[in-house]
Design a protein around this ligand. Structure first.
Ligand code: NCD
Length: 304
């Protein structure tokens, strides 16, 4: 039985297969409408979510399956003190596959170790978010046609942003990928990523503060929200929340074929005036997320 905890759980060849399947689903959705008949997906969300949870639910419903679950810790037995490992044993009796989101780093792994069904990490604290990465990669694959030979700028909360951590892990495996990390000092990428992932792997990267300075070099700009819920105090959050605001003026500095991605939700970091720029791809990205999750469900349930 197979789980998805980290983007590295799939080799690059397996990812190619997954994207090929997602492409086919996108083109021939009707052929997949009954692949999951009789199957149940559980969504166990101990943290707020709109896209990830509904995207999983939409994916399973489009495959003909059904969904059950909870959308907050308050509405589950966690409120009574039940552990994640007990909850997953219960869920294993009700469903065939489970997507779990939890504020604690490592919670999805704990669940996977006790589970009798495939478990998908839908975000564990400030650690990893592999299905957002599949969504990001699927968007890059569909719109750029390659993962190698590019400069990608990741901007905003690189410390707590789990989507950033997962995307770096996934992209470091491709040739000639150059990372530019754009953040205030307080929100730099964690030391373990800088040392264990990038320096040890001899992956080229630079860290800068000003977005304007690097804009002309980027093939992809990945914007992120400052993760308010992971801050220790409100004062720091208020000071840093509007550090970067991508607007028309900054977009004018970028290449004509640069692409702006964002895992969403957006707060102030991308001005709405950018939404109509053809290089803004963050709403298209959401649509790719459904197809890639359909492909993932089929793969983990071994229905292909
Ligand atoms: C992200 C997350 O939950 O980490 N959202 C998402 O799943 N698309 C990003 C965020 O909340 O900022």
């Amino acid at each position: 039985m197979r789980h998805l905890m980290n983007p590295l759980d799939f080799s690059t060849e397996e990812l190619d297969d997954l994207f090929r399947l997602a492409d086919d689903i996108l083109l021939h959705e009707e052929r997949y409408a009954h692949r999951c008949d009789g199957k149940i997906l559980a969504t166990c969300f101990y943290e707020p979510s709109t896209r990830t949870r509904l995207s999983f639910e939409s994916a399973m419903l489009k495959l003909g399956g059904q969904v059950l679950g909870f959308a907050s810790a308050d509405s589950s037995s966690a409120a009574k003190g039940e552990s994640v490992s007990d909850t997953i044993r219960i869920i294993s009796c009700y469903a065939d596959i489970c997507a779990i989101r939890h504020p604690k780093e490592g919670a999805a792994l704990v669940a996977a170790q006790k589970s009798r069904i495939p478990v998908i990490n839908a975000g564990d604290g400030g650690h990893q978010h592999p299905t957002q990465t599949l969504t990001d990669l699927m968007t890059i694959h569909a719109l750029k046609g390659q993962f190698s030979d590019m400069t990608i700028g990741l901007c905003g909360d690189l410390k707590f942003g789990r989507t950033v951590h997962s995307l770096i892990e996934a992209l470091k495996r491709y040739a000639n990928v150059h990372f530019i990390f754009i953040s205030p000092e307080e929100l730099r990428i964690p030391g373990y990523i800088r040392e264990d992932v990038l320096e040890r792997g001899h992956i080229p990267f630079e860290e800068v503060r000003r977005l304007e300075d690097v804009m002309p070099k980027l093939d992809i700009l990945y914007m992120t929200r400052v993760q308010r819920e992971r801050f220790f105090n409100e004062e720091d959050y208020v000071r840093l929340k509007d550090y970067y605001i991508l607007n028309r003026e900054k977009m004018a500095l970028a290449k004509q074929d640069m692409m702006v991605l964002h895992p969403l939700p957006r707060v102030n970091e991308i001005s709405v005036e950018v939404d109509t720029d053809p290089r803004a791809k963050y709403f298209e990205q959401v649509q790719y997320g459904v197809y890639v999750r359909m492909a993932l469900i089929l793969t983990l349930l071994e229905l292909i």
